[in-house]
Design a protein around this ligand. Sequence first.
Ligand code: EPU
Length: 422
Amino acid sequence: MKAAHIVGERRLEGNVRVSGSKNACLPILAASLLTDEECVINNVPRLSDIDTMLEIFKTIGVDSSYISSHTLKIQARSLSCEVPEQLVKKMRASIYLMGVLLGRLRRVVIHKPGGCVIGERPFDLHIKGFKALGCEISEKDGTWMLDGKNLHGTTVCLSGPHGSTVTGTVNVVMAAIKAPGRTIIESAAIEPEVIDLCRYLISMGAKIDGIGTSTLTIHGGEPLHGCEYTIIGDRMEAGTFVCAGLITGGNIEISGLEFGLLDSFLHSLRKTGANVFQNTDGTIHVQSEKPLVAIDVVTGPHPGFPTDLQAQLCVLLTQSNGNSTIRESIYPNRFMYVAELNKMGANIDHTGECAHIKGSIPLKGAHLWATDLRAGAALYLAGLCAKGDTFIHDIFHIDRGYEALESKLQMLGAKIERITVD
Ligand code: EPU
């Protein structure tokens, strides 16, 4: 088993470039199956979740290969409608095969996906969307069978108890693209990754109005063709590096992200007194000059504070002056990392959907276990600022969503390596 070994208290300095966005890339790869022509995707992040998607592609008959380190070509000349259970269970994003195969083949047999354990993650809104499009769905022993021979345009609202759904919006868009007639999706998610998917579909020949708003109008049934597309940079990776710069008292520049994708995160950090800003070319500058102060934050759907940066912010707030509160409004149970941070001496009290964080607490190295992707990233940050040696276990979670995290941190001056443990 691999673990990360970090020797803390090193100031980070220099430039780092973020990889392509995982959560934009996964739906874009899936959408490439809507045409039988070749698609070329640039800025593909090299992650285990992407490998899982490509493995699924192979088993259903899709050709894909890297033509350079971060450029993939994909061609789905013919496809099977049955997706293998073992691979689907490895990753929540395999749910995208549902919308895509429904649109292209009108028939899908797929098991319910697995993924990071961060609380309840239902699929009711996906099912609601597909049914509204005229799809008949039955379920047996955790496997869905979808029959879309009568697929047609519709109007459907995708709002749930915690707002809209990112994967649900993407899934319904991809099926609706192939459904004759006009589909209106109300309360669509407006995350940048959803926008990127819509832009990709447009470059394949799709007609979608309202991109970037919560009402999407899809003119279904247009012929789609192959295209070449470049994926946006990963805002969660960028946000993680921002926290790494601040927590180590560092001075770093982060490139590879479009301007404006992290506004609410950067705005919250500026409230702590942090010196962070983004140039119009997208470069983020992080300079740690003075101690930060406590803040209260509530996560929310875009353009709110991203839930995927909540754990990383929490670590930063353990080092700020005063007591902070984080309320998690999307995944109320997304606090499994708190117990790990408390092992390092942090004083975080987690009740319900809130974490109360006592600031200015020096952390000390410990053996820690990553429980999910973002929790794992937060533990890396804690290790970077802790006194002594930190060992992070179960780092396969990190490989799902951060490309070469250790070497990027090394280039910024961190003392970090991967080791083999029993
Ligand atoms: N929800 C429903 N019904 C549904 C679907 C979702 O009630 O049918 C609820 C969920 O319980 C949750 C909220 O709606 O409270 C948001 O769920 P959503 O569907 O938007 O999230 P997701 O598809 O599970 C994606 C990202 C997550 C990210 C969230 C929120 C992918 C593959 N995953 O997840 O990313 O946290 O949107 O922005 O794009 C990560 O990258 O670490 C990650 C977990």
